[in-house]
Design a protein around this ligand. Structure first.
Ligand SMILES: [Zn+2]
Length: 163
C-alpha cells in the first residue's frame, strides 16, 4: 500500500487504497478479504502527515460459546514522516524508534503497509465475543446453550446426524 509523495502540491490530498489480505505479507491470520484505507495526506514542504482509517474483516472464535464469527475491524492510522535523506540514513543504522520517520528524497512513494498492519493488529479485540454473547457472562450464555435458546448455525446440522 503505497502513497504517492513525489510531485504533489502542499496541502491536503485524499487517499484511498485497497489491497487484498493475501497480498499483505505477515498480516495476522484473523484478517480476511481486503484492507481498505481512507484518509487525508497533508503535505507542508518536506513534512507529511497521514491520518485515516483502515478497515478489514477478521475471523474470530467466540471466547464463550466457541462459535466462529467475523467482524469488521476499524483502525485509526496516523503516520508522520519527513523527506530528509540524511536522517533517513541515520535511522537506517539505528534501532531507536524515530518520532518522525524519514524517507529518502528519491522515494516517489511512502509505503504505509507496515503502519496499516500494525494499527489493525492493535485494534483487534482483547476478548472475542460473538453477537449472541456480547454483554453476557459465561454463566448466562452457558445456561442458554443448555436450554437450546441459541440458534445453532445451520452449517452444524450435518453433525447432528452423525452418530
Ligand atoms: Zn459466542
Amino acid at each position: 500500500m503505497k502513497i504517492r509523495i513525489h510531485g504533489i502540491t502542499d496541502g491536503k490530498h485524499n487517499i484511498k487504497l485497497q489491497k487484498k489480505v493475501k497480498d499483505l505479507p505477515d498480516i495476522f491470520p484473523e484478517f480476511i478479504g481486503e484492507v481498505e484505507l481512507n484518509g487525508i495526506l497533508t503535505k507542508i514542504q518536506n513534512r507529511f502527515s497521514f491520518i485515516g482509517k483502515a478497515k478489514c474483516e477478521a475471523n474470530f472464535i467466540c471466547n464463550i460459546c466457541l462459535s466462529e464469527y467475523s467482524e469488521v475491524i476499524d483502525a485509526v492510522v496516523e503516520v508522520d514522516f519527513v523527506v530528509n535523506t540524511n536522517m533517513y540514513f541515520v535511522q537506517k543504522d539505528s534501532d531507536i524508534e524515530p518520532i518522525d520517520i524519514a524517507v529518502h528524497e528519491n522515494d516517489t512513494h511512502y509505503d504505509i503497509t507496515t503502519d496499516v498492519k500494525d494499527f489493525l493488529v492493535l485494534s483487534l479485540p482483547m476478548r472475542c465475543l460473538c453477537y449472541n454473547c456480547k454483554d453476557k457472562t459465561f454463566e448466562e450464555v452457558y445456561m442458554k446453550m443448555k436450554t437450546n435458546d441459541i440458534p445453532i448455525d445451520p452449517r452444524w446440522d450435518k453433525l447432528k446426524r452423525i452418530n
